[in-house]
Design a protein. Structure first.
Length: 305
């Protein structure tokens, strides 16, 4: 059976833990395992701007012995010039797996339904599971076992990072709190799904309206840009609405002793996070950025193998 990684809850708790173990091993010995030797081709498609996703996937695929076939979505015009289904059928005959950074989740699902090879979500409007897998790896490195840790996300609780944290953290047995202004709450059904997962792993998943309450006692405090791609026209309004959720030294001080700071980048200092915090001693964002490569190598290895 072909497996895909389209959203965080595509992995069981045991599978997630095994992939994180593999990611840690691949980080220690990055050139020892070559599951893509041949080289096998991995199609890597980008409909949205990218830095970390492209660099980490291209480097990681090469380290695994494969060939990263990078495709510019603006040139391919997938779903416009040619249907997603037909594109999937073509790429499935060419590549051993497909990695796609695109817009609505339905586009990714249609690709997976027709490709005949594993498909990986490199970011959609709804989820960012490769990022949160790297984040979990980073938390394990700095805080130890994930189970029982409290992770707080501050900002747009309806955004893809918030939703992926709910699912991935619940799968890992963490206590996940997402916090944002009224009107920016997480999808109700998605939150229920995270709570159902958490009930089986000993974790929890909650929306906490007050940012101080959400940050208090947290082992990990994460944020993301307030202006997601496609929301640029809302920049002025969001800056005022989200100001109480800025990750600054005051909110960070509410966290547990030794709390760490995550940000998936790009970061806008003075907006969602202060320079004092992101460049401070509790920030692990550069480890987090590096771990994209290792976590993605692990998920590709697992899927292709």
């Amino acid at each position: 059976m072909i497996r895909h990684f389209l959203r965080d809850d595509d992995l069981t708790p045991a599978e997630q833990a095994a992939i994180l173990d593999l990611a840690a091993r691949l980080k220690q010995t990055p050139y020892d395992e070559k599951p893509l030797a041949g080289p096998k081709t991995i199609a890597v498609l980008f409909d949205k701007p990218t830095l970390r996703t492209q660099s980490s996937f291209v480097a990681g695929i090469a380290e695994l012995g494969g060939f990263p076939m990078v495709i510019d979505g603006n040139l391919a015009q997938i779903g416009v010039r040619e249907s997603i289904a037909d594109t999937a059928r073509v790429l499935g005959r060419t590549a051993s797996a497909i990695v796609w950074r695109t817009f609505d989740q339905s586009r990714l699902q249609e690709m997976a339904d027709n490709a005949g090879v594993p498909v990986v979500n490199a970011l959609t409007d709804q989820f960012h599971p490769c990022q949160t897998l790297a984040d979990l790896q980073t938390i394990r490195e700095h805080r130890g076992d994930l189970k029982g840790q409290t992770l707080t996300f501050l900002g747009d609780s309806a955004c893809n990072m918030s939703l992926s944290y709910l699912l991935s953290g619940a799968t890992a047995g963490m206590h996940v709190r997402v916090s944002g202004p009224a009107g920016y709450e997480p999808d109700t059904e998605l939150l229920k799904k995270a709570q159902q997962i958490a009930a089986t792993t000993g974790g929890s998943a909650d929306f906490v309206a007050d940012p101080v309450d959400a940050a208090t006692g947290a082992d990990v405090i994460a944020t993301d840009t307030w202006i997601s791609m496609g929301k640029e026209s809302e920049a002025g309004d969001r800056a005022e609405i989200f100001e109480p959720w800025q990750l600054n030294q005051s909110l960070l001080g509410k966290g547990a002793d030794g709390a760490i700071v995550l940000h998936c980048l790009p970061a806008y200092r003075g907006k969602e996070i202060t320079a004092e915090v992101i460049d401070g001693p509790q920030s692990v964002v550069w480890d987090e950025a590096e771990n994209r490569r290792h976590a993605q190598k692990a998920i590709l290895t697992w899927l292709v193998s």
